[in-house]
Write a protein that binds this ligand. Structure first.
Ligand SMILES: *[C@@H]1O[C@H](CO)[C@@H](O)[C@H](O)[C@H]1NC(C)=O
Ligand SMILES: *[C@@H]1O[C@H](CO)[C@@H](O)[C@H](O)[C@H]1NC(C)=O
Ligand SMILES: *[C@@H]1O[C@H](CO)[C@@H](O)[C@H](O)[C@H]1NC(C)=O
Ligand SMILES: *[C@@H]1O[C@H](CO)[C@@H](O)[C@H](O)[C@H]1NC(C)=O
Ligand SMILES: *[C@@H]1O[C@H](CO)[C@@H](O)[C@H](O)[C@H]1NC(C)=O
Length: 701
């Protein structure tokens, strides 16, 4: 088979040398369409069975298909065909969305959808349209609203987007991603479309969004450009088959098979060449010296008949591309095997969805890394680069070409269900941009199990800070800051997407600290996908009771409040500097949360708090924080505060602690206190009493 790259070029020879009428006795016209050789209407009329057409009721069809040919151009060796549109339209009668896919299948015929002249066009205000062939899926996402204002004549994402058609496509199906909820916009945008069509025939109008104009205009007549090749015969056969006319006859033309790497030039009997023979990988090129042109049997004859004239530039370019194409096509085939496997994984991981969506969302700094890049970055996943590892995965330190240091997480297993969810989750995670959440920089989807690439966080985990053997003092304000930043990050996770992103594994081990000891929550979402590194593994076994929401253990349903519970345990760790679960301790002290609650009940809280922070100054605040922790640890999830409320409360405590005599939010405080006390009380007397009132109000549910 010819490399599809060659298709259009080869046609230059064909079109100029075979600008000839149909085979005698064969119909040369169907309706308004001229049918030049090598095409033919009916059996035996075409040069090759694949090029056979049929004429039914003035409609010219590719034989044995319902694909209608509207034009065959001799000048540039193309063929035009009518294509169908994939639609997604709201039906007000049934109040539902009805979808229609579109497809083309040339199966083994020598046709290809032109990658040069066609585009995949997606029209809609909330749409992600695809074209999928055996080895490719491509698509793009068109959206409206915000900065995306559709404009006449512009198809760059706002209401309309377009993607390139891959090379070598002989069959495809186009369809929509139906995860998009378009309920609210159907009235204004009744239909979404995916059309594979001739680029030159398309000009976006805003009315395509609001009316059915696009569909009315094109549904019966969507032009698509098709390249064709004479691929079924070898040059040798073609040359000597006198019943048909050989295509490569002109001045600078050549024919080449694309199969075996033999040196045809050495065998001038089987492969005669009266001109300059040049062996290529999988073929040979026979050309004539200047002033001559090639005749049947590879004989070079002086030029005489103008009919053989080929546009010189086009033809020379054709040869160059032909040769390169053939050389490349061998490598191409080898690579392609691997490529197909990689593509498969890529698709399994929802990579295309991710990738296309990424492309449509400018400003998202997310990279789809190749396996090779990450291999290099981590020195082939060298042992020395390991930051941590456990039963299921390993985290490596890596240095990208750009010099950026990253953490590369390679997981060992991922099940089918997880594979499906993967792309979607990555998409969400990649869009999270919060100063207290570790940034997912990218991923690699070409491998069976995805590899994640995170920002590298140098200062270890909160677990290490609290429980590490370094004898550091950690002041209450620092602890409060860490708690507040963590809570902010979790609150953000819970609110930034719908349904909320649940961390599912909040613990001091997953709270990383960067150079300035700023919190970076890590492993959210991904932890449900792919446990785990060593530290996780340990807690998973020993610490299940330490952080896990008891309600979750009973119902097996992870909720936002499960994260709140786990966060409560982290608060206790910060206050007590004791581990969430301590196997060595006495029975009643094994679980920090249980121990804490029992001590609180017995009014012996002071005994359990960390000596470093137990002082008179702190006492009020400690009371507040322990109370907050208690609320987080409520048995019944419903009674726990929202993460947002926890964050707000910690924020207020922090501010109060920084500036005990300065009102941070006088207006709010006044208005809240207004009902309770006379104005003026705020700035006099014991501030912490008023403050308590305010906080009671703020978190009152
Ligand atoms: C096209 O047709 C061939 C055989 O007729 C089939 O094997 C192939 O799956 C079809 N392609 C698509 C995309 O349906
Ligand atoms: C686009 O052109 C149509 C007329 O063809 C016009 O009604 C419409 O307002 C134009 N839209 C924009 C955004 O200019
Ligand atoms: C789509 O959104 C509407 C309202 O915005 C909601 O009522 C409906 O349940 C959503 N549908 C799906 C499938 O999420
Ligand atoms: C084939 O090659 C041989 C030796 O290279 C030469 O003697 C002979 O004339 C060639 N035959 C043709 C038909 O070109
Ligand atoms: C054949 O090609 C040569 C250059 O290789 C050119 O000079 C000549 O004009 C061409 N002949 C015809 C008939 O176009």
């Amino acid at each position: 088979m010819f490399h599809p790259l060659l298709a259009g070029r080869l046609m230059l020879f064909l079109s100029s040398t075979l600008a000839a009428a149909a085979v005698p006795g064969c119909q040369s016209r169907c309706g308004d369409v001229d049918v030049p050789y090598p095409f033919g209407i009916g059996p035996g009329c075409a040069m090759d069975g694949g090029l056979e057409l049929t004429c039914t009721g003035n409609k010219l069809l590719i034989a044995k298909t319902s694909l209608e040919v509207t034009r065959v151009s001799e000048a540039d060796g193309k063929l035009w065909m009518k294509n169908s549109i994939a639609k997604q339209c709201y039906n007000p009668a049934t109040r539902s969305v009805e979808s229609m896919t579109a497809s083309v299948n040339f199966s083994s015929r020598p046709f290809f959808l032109s990658p040069v002249d066609n585009k995949i066009v997606v029209i809609g205000c909330r749409s992600l349209g695809y074209m999928q062939s055996d080895t490719y899926v491509v698509g793009c996402s068109a959206t409206c609203g915000g900065d995306m204002i559709p404009d006449n004549g512009s198809c760059s994402g706002a209401g309309c987007c377009q993607a390139d058609v891959p090379r070598g496509v002989r069959d495809y199906v186009s369809f929509f991603n139906d995860n998009y909820n378009t309920t609210q916009i159907w009235r204004e945008t009744p239909c979404n479309y995916v059309a594979l069509m001739e680029t030159a025939a398309f000009n976006f109008r805003t009315s395509y969004l609001t009316t059915t104009e696009f569909s009315d205009r094109y549904s019966a007549n969507l032009p698509v450009v098709v390249d064709w090749v004479i691929s079924t015969k070898k040059c040798r056969e073609a040359k000597y088959d006198r019943t048909t006319r050989y295509a490569c006859i002109s001045n600078n033309s050549a024919c080449a098979d694309n199969e075996l790497d033999i040196d045809e030039c050495l065998d001038n009997v089987t492969y005669p060449c009266g001109g300059i023979c040049k062996n290529t990988l999988g073929g040979f090129v026979c050309s004539c010296p200047g002033g001559k042109h090639m005749m049947h049997g590879g004989v070079c004859m002086p030029n005489e008949r103008p009919i053989w004239v080929v546009p010189l530039v086009g033809a020379s370019a054709g040869i160059v591309i032909l040769v390169i194409g053939i050389t490349c096509s061998y490598l191409f085939r080898e690579r392609r095997k691997l490529h197909i496997v990689k593509q498969k994984y890529f698709r399994q991981h929802g990579g295309l969805l991710l990738f296309e969506e990424m492309k449509s969302q400018q400003g998202v700094a997310f990279t789809v890394f190749s396996e090779e890049e990450l291999r290099q970055a981590t020195n082939k996943f060298h042992e020395e680069q390991i930051l941590g590892h456990g039963g299921h995965g390993t985290v490596y330190k890596g240095v990208l070409k750009s010099g950026d240091v990253v953490a590369v997480k390679r997981c060992m297993t991922i099940d089918e269900q997880q594979k499906k969810e993967f792309g979607k989750e990555m998409l969400i995670l990649s869009q999270i941009n919060h100063k207290n959440i570790v940034k997912l920089l990218g991923c690699c989807l070409e491998v069976e199990v995805p590899i994640l690439v995170y920002q590298f966080i140098p200062n270890g985990t909160l677990f290490h800070l609290i429980h590490g053997d370094h004898g550091c003092q950690i002041s209450l304000p620092t602890r409060l800051r860490i708690a507040h930043e963590s809570a902010e990050a979790l609150a953000y996770l819970h609110s930034c997407a719908s349904p909320p992103i649940l961390h599912g594994d909040v613990k001091s081990n997953n709270i990383l600290l960067d150079g300035n000891y700023t919190v970076k929550i890590s492993d959210f979402g991904a932890s449900t996908l792919a446990p785990t590194d060593e530290s996780q593994f340990v807690t998973l076994v020993q610490g299940t009771c330490g952080y896990l929401d008891p309600e979750y253990m009973q119902t097996c349903q992870l909720t936002e409040k499960s994260d709140v519970y786990s966060f409560g345990v982290v608060l206790l760790e910060l206050l007590t500097r004791k581990k969430a679960f301590n196997l060595e301790g006495p029975e009643h002290e094994k679980s920090l949360s249980m121990w804490f609650l029992s001590m609180m009940k017995a009014n012996k809280l002071m005994d359990i708090l960390d000596d470093q922070i137990k002082n008179d100054e702190n006492i009020e605040y400690l009371g507040e924080i322990t109370e907050l922790a208690k609320q987080c640890l409520e048995m019944c999830g419903e009674n726990r505060p929202l993460m947002k409320e926890v964050a707000e409360k910690l924020d207020m405590l922090r501010k109060a602690m920084q500036h005990p005599w300065v009102q941070q939010n006088p207006e709010e405080l006044d208005s809240l206190l207004g009902e309770w006390s006379a104005p003026g009380v705020v700035n006099t007397g014991n501030f912490s009493i008023e403050k308590k009132v305010v906080m009671g109000l703020k978190s009152g549910r």
